[in-house]
Design a protein around this ligand. Structure first.
Ligand SMILES: [Zn+2]
Ligand SMILES: [Zn+2]
Length: 219
């Protein structure tokens, strides 16, 4: 019984049977050399260049795979635009509800958002510092913004020395508001300087003239 399955006993089989299986399983209802003309782009391609379609005579679509893909993409884009348009209309009509759904989405994706934010902060320390400065200034409603790169600019201007004691700034220096925000100073490039951390902590929120006077440097 089992001996009959051995290929040596099946006279017609000359190729190994995996090869025959492979051919018949990829192209069951066509011979692979048949050519067909695409009704969209008019290119003549082998049948394998067309998606299968059971309803068609030769079992394949009338337009080629590339044309099918392009049509699918276009349809997707059109639909996406429509969906976006509708959602922005709904947003305008009911901003309250939109805010609520955004809030719920943020709540659902809290962990993911946190991780993303952390990664961004690690990659952009300078922007993080500036944002914090700008946020504090906004809170105190003195206005103004610091521009990116203000640290490097000041470092060069101050020749790497503390604006207060002229000692080398080193690695651990602070961006200080010359007139403190708390005293109505503006959060702008013109109102900042680099101080060594120790000098900045001593200065704190004091007016620069008071501070320098306290150090006996100004009258
Ligand atoms: Zn085509
Ligand atoms: Zn100093």
């Amino acid at each position: 019984m089992h001996r009959r399955r051995n290929p040596r006993h099946m006279g017609a089989v000359q190729k190994p049977h995996w090869q025959l299986m492979n051919i018949s399983s990829t192209e069951p209802n066509s011979n692979s050399t048949a050519m067909k003309c695409c009704t969209r782009c008019s290119a003549t391609k082998p049948l394998s260049g067309f998606y299968r379609s059971t309803g068609k005579k030769d079992g394949h679509e009338s337009h080629c795979k590339e044309c099918s893909k392009a049509a699918g993409k276009l349809k997707y884009q059109k639909n996406k635009d429509l969906v976006n348009q509708r959602s922005s209309e709904r947003q305008k009509q009911n901003p309250e509800r939109h805010r609520e759904s955004v809030r719920q989405w943020r709540e659902r994706n809290k962990e993911k958002l946190k991780a993303k934010d952390k990664a961004w902060r690690q990659a952009n320390p300078e922007k993080v510092r500036l944002k914090a400065h700008n946020r504090r200034a906004k809170k105190r409603s003195v206005g103004g913004v610091l521009t990116l790169g203000v640290r490097e600019k000041l470092f060069l201007l101050q020749k790497g020395k503390c604006a207060c004691c002229a000692a080398p700034l080193g690695e651990d220096y602070h961006l200080d508001h010359i007139v403190p925000l708390a005293l109505g100073g503006v959060n702008a490039d013109e109102n900042v300087q680099l101080l060594r951390a120790t000098c900045n902590l001593k200065k704190s929120d004091r007016h620069p003239i008071d501070y320098m006077q306290s150090k006996g440097m100004l009258l």
